[in-house]
Design a protein around this ligand. Structure first.
Ligand code: ZN
Length: 280
């Protein structure tokens, strides 16, 4: 299959607030994105807390932005009973925030190994137990959960679910109300990617995140590239998710301490807009 049609306009452009986290508060991001003609936003919870949930919800509504995700719930595996209780509390607050913001999904970064543990299978089991506990509450709140598989370099400390296939296996065991967030940064290398996107289909594809993989990558977390500056064939992957039925937003999510966080936020947004029309 060849690449899909180029994106014609910015009607499905969302920006994850991590992209301008160094420059803009959430309030500034809401105003700045809306003024630039961006239609979606995906805020982080620390920024929501700093602004206040009610204030954030009001400002996002007034700016007519679609909340394409709330980042993030998860970090499930626990070391002891108190850790488990705190984790569940935190995820319950995340569900409430996603509901209040009318978010299209609550992104789940599932967590890695508890401190001192080498029990990867045990961590996987904790992830499923926690999701099974929380999912009925998310369903009741009208919140869709989206497991975001992370690149395997994060398996120990951030997410022990590293492929779309594993994420979809979990979704199948959980039933309704849970799907996946496909972030090209995390899954571009996977030989089964197209097959697993097909398997997910429209029902399970809840979010599509774009950025690029730089060579060399100078920092595991904070050196994501602007679309077009790296090695990911983003139009190819967009073609796969659209062929599978996805018709939602394209969410730009760039952690870039070494480059884009040092630039003026307006330049970052204009570059995102231009690249979405040319290389996404
Ligand atoms: Zn992402």
């Amino acid at each position: 299959m060849t690449s899909p049609h180029p994106i014609a306009d910015h009607s499905r452009l969302s920006i994850n607030t991590a992209t301008t986290r160094a420059q803009w508060t959430l309030k500034e991001a809401i105003d700045g994105y809306a003024k630039a003609g961006v239609k979606g936003i995906s805020p982080w919870r620390d920024q929501i807390a700093a602004m206040g949930l009610a204030n954030a919800a009001k400002a996002i509504r007034a700016a007519d932005l679609t909340v394409t995700g709330v980042c993030r719930g998860g970090m499930f595996p626990w070391a002891d009973a108190a850790g488990r209780a705190a984790m569940l509390d935190d995820n319950r607050r995340a569900i409430e925030e996603a509901a209040t913001l009318n978010a299209q999904c609550l992104v789940l970064v599932v967590g890695g190994l508890p401190a001192g543990s080498k029990d990867l299978a045990g961590a996987h089991a904790m992830v499923e137990e926690a999701i099974a506990t929380l999912l009925p509450e998310a369903r009741a709140a009208g919140v869709s959960m989206a497991i975001e598989p992370l690149h395997p370099m994060y398996a120990a400390d951030r997410a022990c679910v590293n492929t779309l296939g594993h994420a979809l296996d979990i979704c199948e065991r959980m039933g309704e109300g849970i799907g996946v967030a496909v972030d090209v940064y995390h899954v571009w290398w996977d030989t089964e990617l197209k097959q697993q996107i097909d398997r997910a289909g429209k029902d399970k594809l809840l979010a599509f995140h774009v950025c690029d993989w730089l060579v060399p990558t100078r920092d595991m977390l904070m050196d994501r590239g602007m679309m077009g500056d790296g090695v990911i064939d983003i139009p190819l992957i967009r073609g796969w998710v659209e062929a599978a039925g996805y018709d939602g937003f394209h969410e730009v999510e760039i952690f870039s301490e070494l480059d884009w966080w040092k630039r003026e936020a307006g330049e970052v947004i204009e570059t995102c807009k231009e690249r979405c029309l040319t290389v996404v």
